[in-house]
Every structure is written in structure tokens, then in C-alpha cells.
Design a protein around this ligand. Sequence first.
Ligand SMILES: NC(=O)c1ccc[n+]([C@@H]2O[C@H](COP(=O)([O-])OP(=O)(O)OC[C@H]3O[C@@H](n4cnc5c(N)ncnc54)[C@H](OP(=O)(O)O)[C@@H]3O)[C@@H](O)[C@H]2O)c1
Length: 203
Amino acid sequence: MKPGDVENVIKEISGEIKGKLVISTAATIPLRFYKGIAPHAKFVRTMPNIAALVQESFTAYCCDGEVTESDKKKIEKLLSLMGSCQEVEEKYMDAITALSGSGPAYISIIIEALMYAGLRVGLPRNLALYSAAQTVLGTGKLILETQEHPAKIKDMVTAPGGTTIEAIYELEGSQIRQALMRAVKEATEKCQRIRNEITREAK
Ligand SMILES: NC(=O)c1ccc[n+]([C@@H]2O[C@H](COP(=O)([O-])OP(=O)(O)OC[C@H]3O[C@@H](n4cnc5c(N)ncnc54)[C@H](OP(=O)(O)O)[C@@H]3O)[C@@H](O)[C@H]2O)c1
């Protein structure tokens, strides 16, 4: 449910969830907010992304102090059905929300832009879209599996006097890195503003 509905729903079910594990995907809502309403339940806060639809979500989760190691095994088993998962400290959840929760939107913009770039140089539409999306998928997999730094991958495909360096030269002048860094910072800060609104209303 939407984060703004969490308070009423947890109040409604608080009698049913005593001693039970409650896993929420609601963005921005802190564990202490759930605990304040239903102190006898165990809460887990998660941040998946829409790639869960194809079992490729990255899901970060954090737990309140009463969640046990055996609970965590259950949580990981469940979240693994949607892709990969990792426990993080709660202080990172806003940044995760901004980076990987919203990330499919940013990557979709990049894929769309690459598709149009392909159209501009004469590729058929389907071929342009496929080559853009598969290149994003392949590069992500390459970085994860080789554990190489992205800069190394970039360097590996950049030959002296070649084609890639011409493209990189253009990108470096475009402020693409700053745009992504600004975007993630703005989204992170928006989490805090939403949380303030919801928790202020609840008081
Ligand atoms: N979309 C994402 O990629 C994403 C990623 C990470 C986290 N989240 C979080 O996931 C949550 C849902 O997002 P969404 O995009 O899936 O929203 P959504 O499409 O609007 O879905 C909201 C769902 O909550 C249900 N719901 C609303 N009020 C309820 C209530 N009082 N009791 C029981 N169920 C209720 C709705 O059921 P009905 O259809 O029956 O009304 C609907 O299935 C949000 O808290 C969001 O922060 C979303």
C-alpha cells in the first residue's frame, strides 16, 4: 500500500500481528513508526524495485532489533524469489530508495536515449531498442561477475584513436555524471520530506 496508508492499516491489524514478522515495502516509513503503533510485532522494512516482475529486483532490507537470525533466513528466502537481496542499516534506506528503488526509471531514460541515438544513425527501431537494453543488461552482468570497477570496463573498450573515445569525449562534456548524482540526491532528500509529512500528520 502507499506509505500514507500504513498508519491506519497497521492500527487495524495490530491485534493480529503480535509476535509475528511483518515485512513492508512502503518507502520512507521508519521502523520506529511501525513499532510505535504495534510494539509487539517484528518489523522488516524493504526496498525492492520493479525488476521484481522478472525476478531481478535488488532488494535492500533492514530489521528491528527483535528480528532473529532464523527470521532473517525466512526473509532472505522470500526476497530471493524477486531477485537478490541484502541486509543494510536503516540509515541507508533513503539512499537505496533513490538509487535502486527509483533506478529503473533512470536506466529506462538512458535506454530510451540510446534507442533514439540508434534511430538517429539509421538503425531499425527494434534493433536499436534491443541493442540498447541488452547492452545495459550485459554491462551490469559483466561488472557484477568480474567485480571490475566500471572505469576498468570503460577503459577495456576504449582504443587509441578509435570510435569509443570519440563518444566518451562527447559524454564528458555533457555533465551526465553530475545529472545522475543530482537526481539521486534530490530523490534521497524527497524521502525525508515525505517521511516528515507522514509522521507529522500521525502525531
Ligand atoms: N512501485 C515500485 O517500484 C516500488 C518499489 C519499492 C517500494 N514500493 C512501495 O510499494 C508500495 C506500493 O506501491 P505501488 O507502486 O505498488 O502502489 P499501487 O500500485 O498504488 O498499489 C497499492 C496497493 O495497496 C493496496 N492497498 C491500498 N490501501 C490498502 C489498504 N487499506 N489495505 C490493504 N491494501 C491496500 C491496493 O489494493 P487495491 O488495488 O485493492 O486498492 C494496491 O494493491 C508503496 O508503499 C511504495 O512506496 C514501490
